[in-house]
Design a protein around this ligand. Structure first.
Ligand SMILES: C[S@@+](CC[C@H](N)C(=O)[O-])C[C@H]1O[C@@H](n2cnc3c(N)ncnc32)[C@H](O)[C@@H]1O
Length: 184
């Protein structure tokens, strides 16, 4: 086999792995479809104004536009994303564009991720199938941390839960910790 063929085959293998990663995360849960950038100013001023002391977690963070917007509003932000390619590329971009270094991505499954104690706001834009599970996980984390959390849902109204506010297709919920919760 000549060198050109080997390089070509390696190139094809890399492309197939990258395409496979996007297909697996898309078909297995929620595809990579970003939130509309133009909506974010209203979301973080009218629906849920952010402060310097806020820590926002984006469950399924994609290309990190939520983290970028949250950091520009002064908050700290952590993105949880299962696709390692998106995590790598986004961390690189955030490092270059954000001077305050207040946003970062972690490669993790959202259902296994333990929120830091300082968490105040959770954002999710996921498939209809994943959204109720992400909401339930955020409620479990509010119970574990023993503190209330705000939950912003994009394009999804959660049945059996009353949103406290709505701006366009964005809903704000308040998760109250259940009494007697275990803080660890
Ligand atoms: C609809 S996109 C939303 C991206 C971003 N939050 C936004 O609003 O622009 C959903 C993201 O969730 C990721 N995802 C799907 N299942 C996941 C899981 N179990 N754990 C972490 N991320 C997941 C996908 O790879 C995709 O990038």
């Amino acid at each position: 086999m000549n060198a050109f063929l080997i390089v070509f085959l390696i190139f094809i293998a890399i492309i197939l792995i990258l395409v496979g990663l996007f297909l697996i995360t898309g078909l297995g849960g929620s595809p990579y479809v970003p939130t509309e950038r133009k909506d974010l100013e209203e979301v973080f001023t009218k629906l849920c104004p952010l402060k310097k002391t806020d820590l926002l977690i984006d469950l399924g963070a994609g290309d990190g536009i939520i983290l970028e917007a949250a950091a520009r509003h002064g908050a700290r932000a952590i993105g949880i994303e299962i696709n390692p390619v998106l995590v790598f590329l986004t961390n690189r971009r955030l490092f270059r564009t954000l001077k305050n270094r207040r946003a970062t991505m972690k490669c993790h499954d959202i259902y296994q991720y333990k929120f830091p104690q300082e968490t105040t706001v959770v954002y999710a834009y996921l498939s209809d199938f994943m959204m109720p599970k992400a909401f339930a996980h955020a409620q479990d984390e509010a119970d574990r941390l023993g503190k209330p959390l705000k939950f912003i849902a994009n394009a999804f109204y959660l049945k059996n839960h009353d949103a406290v506010k709505q701006v366009g297709q964005y809903y704000l919920y308040e998760l109250k910790p259940k009494t007697g919760s275990k803080t660890s």
